[in-house]
Every structure is written in C-alpha cells, then in structure tokens.
Design a protein. Structure first.
Length: 91
C-alpha cells in the first residue's frame, strides 16, 4: 500500500489507540502501560522502510488478542475472533 506520510501517521496512531484500548480492557494493563505496549507493538517505520506498515494487514484487535491469549486464541476462545462492539465503536 502506498500512502502519504500524513496518512501513514494517522493510521499508525489509530492502530496504537485501538491496541492500547484492547490491552487495557482485556489485557489488564493500566492505561499508561497499554499505551507503552501499543508504541512497542506499532513502532514508527521510516518512509523508505521495506514492508512499511505490514503490521496493518491484521487489526489491532487480533495482534492484542495474540499477545494476551497466545496463538491458539481463535480455537480456544472463538468468541474473541471478531472484535467486540465496543472496539468497533472506537471508529
């Protein structure tokens, strides 16, 4: 995907916000811990980085659930495969 720096930055911030929300609501982190985890999981990538933004191929919900519950969460907790209505309301 090709995007401007402004588009990339906005998308990055949105995904960080969503990831932090999941880590706070479902992962038991404090808001500040959740924000720090989001920055770690979604680092800024320079415009010339190969595969810039590849992390965006799945939603923040999915990456956070993997971190919280592990790779088997889709089988063990099928109710968490789809993002919650609260998460969707963040849009």
């Amino acid at each position: 995907m090709t995007w401007s720096e402004a588009e990339y930055s906005e998308y990055l911030q949105d995904e960080r916000r969503r990831y932090a929300w999941v880590m706070w609501r479902h992962g038991g982190l404090t808001p500040s811990e959740a924000r720090a985890a989001a920055v770690k999981s979604y680092p800024y990538e320079p415009i010339d980085a190969p595969f810039r933004g590849l992390v965006f191929h799945d939603e923040a919900w999915h990456w956070a659930m993997l971190k919280i519950h592990g790779h088997g969460y889709t089988l063990e907790l099928p109710e968490l495969v789809e993002p919650s209505a609260e998460y969707r309301a963040l849009d």
